[in-house]
Design a protein around this ligand. Structure first.
Ligand code: NDP
Length: 287
């Protein structure tokens, strides 16, 4: 199945749906779950230095037998640089673990946590890594207005992506980060994007999602799931959706999202409006 992609501000293309190797796969061997995701059609694989599983993600990529160009691999600079290391040195270590010669996207993982005293220099190091061909695109994660503005004050290359917690229950407080990303041409990648369906279950969106499941199922001529409705909301917002599962049925549901009919503008606005009435934030402290 060909993947829906968005075009980044540097001209590179990024697949809409990403399979994450953090959260439930944190510090786990991901050979099996990542191989399942690849089998189900995921090409965008999201990893990080701190997840301590770049090596097994690399093993799954290799075991697939598919060419390198068929994957979009993201990893993240999570920890402060080791003494004497540059950002490129840290990325080379990730690449060795992954068994790759470049990543498609390299992100500063926690600017507020590990890089708050040297964010500008770290961004310049990210730019060097891109110029050296170690990362095709570079970006940030968990960044709000202060971090975005600090980086833009020195950037010769504008971040291509800001990967943040993002779902409708995030709009009332952090909707401005999404708007700021948009203003600067930075693509929002949403993690915990399906939180209203499990981690923040039972909120005011539940009846609206149920209603939209019915509407969209009629429009599609086949059953549509709540995750697919929320996935269509992310697609309409132009977000990359980074989720994860160890279950084949969920991966199949996620990968089919782009093939389903779109939500109307009014339906997207309904989710926005109801979402704004309730605030939920899972990863407090990093954004
Ligand atoms: P998800 O919200 O996708 O949740 C994943 C977990 O929830 C899995 O254990 C899955 O279990 C379970 N799950 C999924 N759907 C349901 C459901 N409908 N009902 C009950 N349980 C469900 O994880 P996140 O979005 O938080 O994280 C996804 C990825 O995003 C991470 O793996 C990581 O790559 C990235 N991430 C990045 C962060 C950053 O700081 N940049 C922070 C957090 C995440 P099961 O296996 O049973 O399906």
């Amino acid at each position: 199945m060909s993947q829906l992609t968005f075009t980044l501000n540097d001209g590179n293309k990024i697949p809409f749906l990403a399979f994450g190797t953090g959260t439930s796969h944190f510090k786990q061997d991901v050979t099996e779950p990542a191989s399942l995701a690849i089998e189900k059609g995921f090409t965008h694989l999201d990893c990080a230095q701190v997840y301590q599983n770049e090596d097994t993600l690399g093993a799954a990529i290799k075991a697939s037998g598919k060419p390198r160009e068929s994957f979009f691999v993201t990893t993240k600079l999570s920890s402060a640089l080791e003494p004497g290391d540059t950002v490129s040195d840290a990325l080379r270590k990730s690449l060795t673990r992954l068994g790759l010669d470049h990543v498609d996207l390299y992100l500063i993982h926690g600017p507020r946590v590990s890089f708050k005293d040297n964010l500008k220099e770290t961004w310049k190091g990210m730019e060097e890594a891109k110029r050296a061909g170690l990362a095709k695109s570079i970006g940030i994660s968990n960044s709000g207005a202060p971090e975005i503005e600090e980086i833009l004050s020195v950037a010769e290359i504008v971040p291509a992506v800001n990967q943040i917690e993002f779902h409708p229950y995030f709009l009332s407080v952090h909707g401005t980060t999404y708007e700021l990303n948009k203003k600067h041409g930075i693509l929002t990648a949403a993690y915990s994007g399906l939180a209203p369906l499990h981690k923040a279950k039972g909120g005011p969106l539940s009846p609206i999602i149920d209603q939209l499941v019915e509407t969209l199922s009629k429009r599609a001529g086949k059953p549509v799931s709540p995750a697919q409705v929320l996935g269509k909301w992310h697609q309409a917002k132009g977000n990359v959706l980074v989720s994860t599962s160890s279950k084949a049925e969920r991966l199949e549901e996620y990968i089919a999202i782009p093939t389903l009919p779109d939500l109307t503008e009014a339906e997207v606005k309904l989710i926005d409006d109801i979402g704004r009435t309730h605030f939920f934030h899972l990863y407090v402290g990093i954004l």
